[in-house]
Write a protein that binds this ligand. Structure first.
Ligand SMILES: Cc1ncc(COP(=O)(O)O)c(C=O)c1O
Length: 443
């Protein structure tokens, strides 16, 4: 038996001789690099300790005089866990529901092989908010596009009549759907794919926001194409917003060729873009949609696929499943995440605060036309892209923003995404914008 002693809470949490409250940022980094998978490259010299309020993190930075292991500082969270915390950190309604559920209602975990009462609440709330017929609960975000992929193939064989094993799924260049083999098979990001082949067959890519490319692909291979699986606004690609009429044209094209429109709303859903779901901004309805991230209210991983009776109806017992998909605690969190989305008018706040942030960005672009190439966004999914130059480096901007009390992260060399909690207040938006302006001014 390995000798392992674990005791204490918070800073007193001690694993053998390592007490968390004693570790400097450099020591945390050392443990991460020695014991972790090294599959992330987090910002240097900063470790988050706890949250202060809905959109503020308390983080630890190296102590300059070296007397203490670290100093603590406040950061406005401009990323909110890649849109997983739309409801704000420790949202009171969701936390109360979790505490009540665990201490009074008392049903954390049972398997899907026996019904539990909270599943009914989850299905009623998720089908209600998505206005879809059926929902299948999952856990991680990536499981939503993964399941949409499977559902589309099965629908293709059972309903559309595509010959067995010949189904094609179309995805967009620059997409991000997660990290499973299916998701990276759809990706054209070399870092995400390198060394992980062979990939899932039956995938074709088209340029995003290019209706002509999609039309010609559908015309040449439409009989075997079962779905266009796509983000309504591309998040990881750097907040790529399509033309206003793109989705109505795509919808019509899908209908013409009997091809499913499967939208990955993992990042764009739950109020992020100024509507509950981004496709609603464009007045189209997908046949399938995948949600994750904020579906768990920033508390637990909760994801799901919602869709039409015809498509989700192709599932049969044994064809799909998940130990923790829709388990009681996850179901309760999912229901309250939706309650907060509605009652705290998150989409509306995203629209108002997003417009405020975009107007700051536009002013910044006017002030620095030689530095800022483009500003983009819908609601509070926003980004600014700098002109391409070694000095205008997104990582450098993120590091400089950190010094000014703002946490943000580059998506590519020249693009920085700003996507704070949807509970953010006007003065915090002004602070973020002012810090960005100062950093750009000094470069
Ligand atoms: C559009 C989209 N789909 C899927 C995922 C994967 O979600 P997760 O990392 O929770 O598996 C992400 C994550 O960023 C995403 O942005």
């Amino acid at each position: 038996m390995p000798k392992l002693s674990i005791h204490g809470y918070g800073d007193d949490l001690t694993i053998n001789n390592f007490r968390l409250g004693d570790l400097s940022p450099a020591e945390h980094e050392k443990i991460d690099k020695e014991k972790g998978g090294r599959n992330y490259n987090p910002l240097e010299n900063v470790v988050v300790s706890h949250v202060k309020d809905s959109s503020t993190l308390i983080c630890r930075k190296p102590s300059e005089n070296g007397v203490a292991a670290y100093i603590e500082e406040e950061l406005i969270d401009g990323l909110c866990c890649y849109s997983a915390v739309n409801q704000g950190q420790l949202n009171r309604t969701i936390v109360d529901a979790v505490v009540k559920h665990l201490t009074e209602e008392k049903l954390p975990t049972v398997p899907r092989s026996i019904r539990h009462k909270y599943m009914s609440a989850f299905l009623l709330a998720t089908t209600g908010i998505t206005e879809m017929d059926r929902v299948v609960p999952k856990v991680a975000g990536v499981e939503a596009p993964e399941l949409m992929f499977k559902l589309s193939r099965r629908w293709g064989y059972k309903i559309k009549g595509v010959p067995q094993n010949e189904a094609i799924i179309v995805a967009a260049n620059g997409n991000f759907h997660g990290r499973t083999v299916t998701a990276v098979s759809m990706s054209d990001d070399l870092d995400a794919r390198e060394g992980f082949g062979p990939f899932v067959p039956g995938i074709e890519l088209v340029p995003f926001n290019n209706i002509d490319a999609l039309t010609s692909l559908f015309e040449s291979k439409g009989e075997k194409i079962v779905a266009f699986l796509v983000e309504p606004i591309q998040g990881e690609a750097g907040v790529i917003v399509p033309d206003e009429d793109y989705w109505t044209q795509v919808r019509a094209l899908c209908d013409k060729h009997n091809i499913l429109l499967a939208m990955d709303e993992v990042q764009t859903g739950f109020g992020r873009t100024g509507a509950n779901f981004a496709h609603q901004l464009y007045n189209v309805k997908p046949d399938l949609m995948g949600c994750g991230k904020a579906a768990g209210g920033g508390i637990l991983p909760v994801s799901f696929v919602a869709g039409s009776d015809e498509v989700i109806g192709v599932l049969t017992p044994g064809s799909e499943g998940s130990t923790f998909g829709g388990y009681p605690l996850g179901a309760v969190v999912g229901v309250y995440a939706i309650k907060v989305l509605i009652e705290e008018k998150l989409a509306e706040n995203a629209k108002i605060r997003g417009a405020q942030l975009m107007s700051h960005f536009e002013n910044m672009q006017t002030d620095f036309p030689d530095k800022i190439k483009e500003v983009r966004g819908k609601g509070l999914l926003t980004a600014f892209e700098m002109q391409y130059s070694p000095k205008l480096d997104g990582h450098h901007v993120s590091v400089e923003l950190l010094k000014r009390g703002v946490y943000a992260k580059e998506t590519h060399h020249s693009t920085v995404r700003i996507a704070p909690a949807l509970t953010i207040e006007a003065w915090q938006i002004d602070n973020i914008a002012e810090s960005i302006w100062n950093v750009i001014n000094e470069i």
